[in-house]
Design a protein around this ligand. Structure first.
Ligand SMILES: Nc1nc2c(ncn2[C@@H]2O[C@H](COP(=O)(O)OP(=O)(O)O)[C@@H](O)[C@H]2O)c(=O)[nH]1
Ligand SMILES: [Mg+2]
Ligand SMILES: [Zn+2]
Length: 351
């Protein structure tokens, strides 16, 4: 196979690099990660691979290990070995649930993050804002999707509520994930060479939508339990799937917890930051202080109480995670202070 053909094949599965690796190394994309190893695809074939020893060293930042979406350099063998991860054009991560601070990579080299929420009991604008905050620094574009349009009586009202609440220009689509005609609106995000990752709670309809886009029932879907609108956890690992449209889709398992990493900017709430700048006191707590611009906006209805609460929750969590991250990095540096504070591009308070 000529280099030109190899490059053409890799382009189709989303590669944007210029030159193929030298030294007999080959290139493929990570399409799945199992406990027992990785699954790669070179644009033509899928095959298993193991990470080289240096990826297994203790103390290695998990963010440096191969993740779904990565283009990796590997050497043939039984099994093939992943030697290096190519630079990523985007990385979507979250903090792992649990006591210790650890960043977990959800997917890399993606162009769009499709945030899927059911228009049933799953509907929750604050959770959508949490996802959007996580996506902000990823390098990928967010797209908000509302599924189960066919089941929702009040879809128009919820759509209007969400559009009013989210920044102008944020794409929001309501769909029936079971209906190919309804999901056709997503073609614009799934053109040849595009990569999109689907995120959302378990039961939101990720696997159902994936199957409709695939044109076949490849992913197991879960029946919704009656009482809470949630599905069973049916997707067990992330998997990247080439679609008939030419794009690639990553289906993720439902993520129970979506902790911020501490590096978010919360640009989604820039208007609230701007409001707070207008408070009479620089250290205003936005409670009962006189001249509080936030309270005035809440009173006038300019700022909704739900959005204010959502912001406070994410802001506090971001601050807490940023402090934990900073402490961890300081420990790793043997107690030396950081030269670069994380996640504080915008100062929260006037100084
Ligand atoms: N009526 C209807 N049901 C849907 C839709 N999307 C998903 N479902 C159902 O919701 C349940 C959970 O869907 P699933 O795709 O397994 O969710 P996942 O956990 O996000 O992968 C299944 O019973 C699906 O048939 C939709 O747009 N309309
Ligand atoms: Mg699923
Ligand atoms: Zn105030």
């Amino acid at each position: 196979m000529s280099d030109a053909e190899t490059i053409e094949r890799l382009r189709r599965i989303g590669w944007r690099g210029q030159a193929l690796p030298a030294g007999g190394r080959r290139l493929a994309r990570v399409v799945a990660q199992h406990r027992a190893g990785y699954e790669l695809n070179d644009g033509k074939h899928g095959f298993g691979a193991q990470p080289a020893g240096h990826f297994l060293k203790r103390g290695l930042d998990p963010a440096e290990r191969p993740a779904v979406g990565d283009f990796v350099e590997y050497e043939d063998g039984r099994p093939p070995h992943i030697l290096a991860v190519q630079p990523r054009r985007s990385v979507l991560s979250r903090a792992a649930a649990g006591e210790r601070y650890e960043r977990q990579t959800i997917a890399t080299n993606i162009d769009y993050v499709l945030v899927l929420t059911g228009l049933d009991g799953d509907f929750n604008p604050a959770r959508i804002e949490r996802y959007l905050s996580l996506i902000e620094g990823s390098g990928a574009q967010p797209v908000v999707l509302l599924s189960k349009l066919d089941l929702a009586a009040d879809a128009d009202a919820r759509l209007a509520e969400l559009r009013a609440r989210l920044p102008a220009g944020m794409p929001v689509h309501a769909i029936n994930g079971k209906d190919p005609a309804s999901v056709a609106v997503l073609a614009q995000y799934l053109q040849p060479g595009d990569s999109a990752v689907l995120v959302g709670s378990s039961g939101a309809g990720k696997s159902t939508l994936t199957n409709t886009l695939l044109g076949e029932q490849r992913m197991a879907t879960g029946a919704v339990r009656g009482h809470d609108g949630r599905g069973r956890h049916t997707t067990t690992h992330r998997a990247l799937l080439p679609l008939p449209s030419g794009g690639c889709l990553i289906d993720t398992p439902g993520m129970r917890e979506l902790k911020l990493t501490g590096e978010e900017d919360l640009d989604l709430f820039a208007d609230i930051d701007a409001l707070a700048e207008r408070c009479r006191f620089a250290d205003c707590g936005h409670g009962s202080e006189p001249g509080c611009a936030v309270q005035a906006a809440l009173d006038s209805g300019e700022l909704s109480p739900e959005r204010w609460r959502s912001y406070l929750k994410l802001r506090d969590e971001r601050e807490e995670q940023a402090a934990t991250l900073e402490a961890k990095l300081r420990r790793q540096r043997g107690g030396r202070p950081l030269d670069r504070p994380h996640g504080h591009r915008h100062s929260r308070e006037r100084e």
